[in-house]
Design a protein around this ligand. Structure first.
Ligand SMILES: *Cc1c(COP(=O)(O)O)cnc(C)c1O
Length: 456
């Protein structure tokens, strides 16, 4: 049997000889990441050290429980790995308690409900089509099915409607309120929501999945003095592996001294089994990386890039929700191209090598599946080393692609949509402008090499 040592090229060479078909797919995905511009705001490129941890022998171990209190033997070194990740998380976010075992952001949020609410309790979060996350109580999510969800919204100008949230909270007396979002381009109003939660006696959970890297980098306010619980994914701006953390703040312990214990029990045994120790190790490395001075510079550059992108788009006549951005993303309002045109923008950009995602905008005239906006972000491009100069060029490329979608309108008849989009895709793939843009995108990407040591 061949024992691998955790080196990335070694791992892939094993796959190459054993499973050429799978190797082909992974190789193609690496090539796609290298030659395109990754602008989905929730994505990023982890370091090779993080990738190595995720490909390590830690995946072989069962370790249900927590450091020093496991249900299986042989956890001496796993305990050290998990404690390292926990201590780094506590220090970096300035909190007294951290759980690094959640498998991903959605289970982490569900674990918070499980810890703090009983089925049928009232909960509040930002409405999905206003930028909130599915797990903040949307009707098709388990969180909306099991709990009584009372969503709050954004105002016409795209900013959170604090007054509505306060009114709803006082009327409905929620057990748990979420602050945080998945498509919101301004600073989260942590302080205002702390006031609302206090007024109605609710727990306040801040979901900083998107902005965790900006928080530790010092370019977004931290929720630690306002929320009782903080959840975050580890794979977005924090640039770690796909996973999540739940943290308890000093304020949370003051409200409920048993809070840390409730959270830990909800994670295991409440919701999960054995932790993914290889991922926990990857989180430990990502947290170490995020504690370095270079990461502060990275976070600041993400925001400078996002602002430069916003300006480049607006000066070319594009409309942005809230007319700009304070964070890593911009939300384009495409209603000038017709309701539901997000799909055309997403497909035209993808054909040019620019990856984005269609997204609803506040008061969307269409539906979540055929929304009227797209969401763009700068974290991954910034990881590659791109700066304001490149953002200005990219804004031009994006607007060039959008020029190609003007004549396409989403059919009102739902039956006709798939066929119409199919022929749109065929036509767009024959567009000369798109082909020229594809080449410009590849040329720019090649100037910012990705994983140069991964020779395949
Ligand atoms: C991404 C995200 C999540 C969910 O993360 P998954 O890892 O995809 O389950 C939860 N909340 C917010 C605000 C997010 O942006």
């Amino acid at each position: 049997m061949h024992l691998f040592c955790g080196d990335i090229t070694t791992i892939l060479s094993e796959i190459k000889s054993k499973d050429p078909e799978l190797f082909g797919y992974i190789n193609s995905e690496l090539e796609r990441q290298r030659t395109g511009l990754e602008m989905i705001p929730s994505e990023n490129f982890t370091s090779e050290a993080v990738l190595q941890a995720c490909g390590s022998v830690l995946t072989n171990k069962y370790s249900e429980g927590y450091s020093g209190k496991r249900y299986y033997g042989g956890n001496e070194f796993i305990d050290s790995v998990e404690s390292l990740a926990v201590e780094r998380a506590k220090k970096l976010f300035g909190v007294p308690h951290a759980n690094v075992q959640p498998y991903s952001g959605s289970p982490a949020n569900f674990e918070v409900y499980l810890a703090l609410c009983k089925p049928g309790d009232v909960v509040m979060g930002l409405n999905l089509t206003d930028g909130g996350h599915l797990t903040h109580g949307w009707k098709t999510s388990a969180t909306g099915l099991i709990y009584k969800s009372v969503p709050y919204h954004v105002k016409k100008d795209g900013y959170t409607d604090i007054e509505e949230a306060r009114k709803l909270a006082i009327e409905n007396k929620p057990k748990l309120i979420w602050v945080g979002a998945t498509a919101y381009t301004r600073e989260f109003p942590f302080e205002e929501f702390a006031g609302i939660a206090d007024e109605c006696g609710a727990y306040l959970a801040a979901d900083i999945s998107h902005i965790a890297g900006l928080v530790v980098g010092g370019v977004h306010k931290s929720p630690k003095d306002y929320a009782h619980v903080i959840t975050t994914t580890t794979h977005k701006t924090l640039r770690g592996p796909r996973g999540a953390m739940i943290m308890v703040t000093e304020r949370g312990l003051k409200k409920d001294p048993g809070l840390s214990d409730k959270i830990d029990k909800a994670v295991f045994p409440g919701m999960q089994g054995g932790p993914h120790d290889h991922i926990v190790a990857g989180i430990a490395i990502a947290l170490l990386e995020a504690s370095k001075p270079e990461f502060k510079e990275y976070a600041a550059q993400i925001v400078r890039n996002s602002r430069a992108l916003a300006e480049g788009l607006m000066k070319r006549g594009q409309k942005l929700v809230t007319n700009g951005t304070d964070n890593h993303m911009v939300l384009m309002d495409l209603t000038q191209f017709g309701a539901g045109s997000g799909i055309f923008a997403q497909e035209a950009l993808e054909a040019s090598g620019i990856t984005v995602n269609k997204n609803t905008i506040p008061g969307d005239p269409s539906s979540p599946f055929y929304p009227s906006g797209i969401r763009l972000g700068t974290p991954a491009l910034t990881t590659r080393g791109m700066k304001e100069k490149e953002m200005e060029i990219i804004a031009g490329l994006i607007c060039g692609c959008l020029g190609e979608i003007k004549k396409y309108k989403l059919p009102a008849d739902k039956e006709q949509r798939a066929k119409y989009i199919g022929s749109f895709k065929t036509e767009i793939s024959a567009s000369e402008t798109i082909a020229e843009n594809r080449k410009k995108v590849a040329d720019m990407a090649s100037l910012f090499p990705l994983y140069p040591k991964m020779g395949l």
